[in-house]
Design a protein around this ligand. Structure first.
Ligand code: MN
Length: 136
């Protein structure tokens, strides 16, 4: 069974690459170009996992995580920061803010889908039985 993954990312090139890699591994991908749209889509669509940029228009990644983690329905759903921020202390700051994990940009195309699998329950991982390779 593929996972439904929401990508909140304002850079079209990053969005296209991440979406391509996840779809190629059988996942269903939703996307939002800014934080407000991302929070709204998270609430209306209920994805299995959210990948979230930090520097975003309208509402940044810290605003997104604050909204989602204050919502009882979202407290247990994984939200992973995907960002180029790599300063000492940034990782701790993100985890303290409520993100469940952190992946640094630029993403590694060879391992990205496997890195994402670590945040999904076993039955939703790319290699799980019944996972369809490359849904549209
Ligand atoms: Mn950005």
């Amino acid at each position: 069974m593929p996972a439904r993954i929401l990508i909140i990312e304002d850079n079209p090139d990053n969005l296209e690459l991440m979406g391509f890699l996840l779809r190629a591994h059988g996942h269903f991908v939703l996307d939002a170009p800014d934080g407000e749209t991302g929070v709204a889509l998270a609430r209306s669509e209920g994805p299995d996992l959210i990948l979230c940029d930090i520097q975003l228009p309208r509402l940044d990644g810290y605003g997104v995580i604050r909204h989602l983690k204050s919502d009882a329905a979202w407290r247990r759903s994984p939200v992973v920061a995907v960002t180029a921020f790599a300063m000492v202390g940034d990782r701790e700051k993100m985890l303290t803010a409520g993100f469940d994990g952190y992946l640094s940009k630029p993403i590694a195309p060879q391992t990205f889908a496997r890195d994402i699998d670590a945040f999904l329950p076993p039955q939703l991982r790319a290699g799980a039985p019944g996972a369809a390779p490359g849904n549209p």
